[in-house]
Design a protein around this ligand. Sequence first.
Ligand SMILES: [Zn+2]
Length: 351
Amino acid sequence: MTRRFTRREAMFTAAGAGLGALGAFGQTRAGNPPYPSWKTGFRQLAPNVYAYTQAGGPGVPSSAISNGACILGPDHWMAIDAFAAPPHTKAFLAAAKTLAGSRTCDRLINTHHHADHTTGNCFFLPAEIVGHEYCRKAVISNGISNLAGRPESWKVGMAELKLAPPTTTFDDRSRITYWYGNTEVRLMYNGSPAHTWGDALIYLPQYKILWAGDVAFFYVAPAAQSGHISKWIESIDRINKMDVDVIVPGHGPIGSKKELAETREYLTILKAEAKRRYDMKMSPGKAAAEIEDKLGKYSTWADPAAVRTVNSVVRLYAEFNDSLTSETDMAAVAAASQEYLEIRGGAVQLR
Ligand SMILES: [Zn+2]
């Protein structure tokens, strides 16, 4: 029987769910990856428009280290995404205060439901919280993240957490425009599932800036545990047709369509390699173990590349056999992970 784990379990309680082997993936791979490091903090992209990144780069664990935004209006400001752990969100809010002064945050947009983008929602209240209707549903069904398996330093302030799902939702056909002073902020759905079944894009047409959420991973291995990889690639193709110069990814440094092309290439390689092995009737764990050697420069992208390959292959196999749903099939992931580790063993180095 297949047990479908909740998203929260999928993200944070692998060890507690009897998936201890996954712990061996919590590492980065050896070598000197040819990609940049980036810092925690705000970077101004346009007047009153600031992107927030959390530090990462070669050798730095990047799992659940996500990005955000502060867009200032005359009286209030808008945020994009809360963060995985209370200290992350509090650091963001403290930094935003230096930009916003006495102005309060009146609105938070969740790019999608994953815990590293929504756990800190409660710290933004009484701001309006906005997300896709699937995002609200998933935040509620997953409950508050318990941050299992995360560093103890992330758990400071856990007692303050309370569930705060989006209270304003949009559907697949919705387009909403907010104005912060003279800054136009368009909230849109990009036409299909991609990283999840409820991804939001936030587009600032005056400045050609896009917050792409986790549809974009720059120098961080894309996590596909809730994704539809073929439709994700199509979603990227639609973004490429937009008038966009600057892209803030869900994870990684601020970039452009150039970096988005790499997210696409990574997913395309995975799909082609997985399809070949699916057609050979190879098991997903063995396929992931082989594909790990086919990722080229992407094999060094920030962690945990290995577990993300397993997740992606499981999702792709479900896509190929027409059984893919919005939910992560963690039993299938666990079985594939076990097989992957049995094959690759010491090839995965512990940090
Ligand atoms: Zn995500």
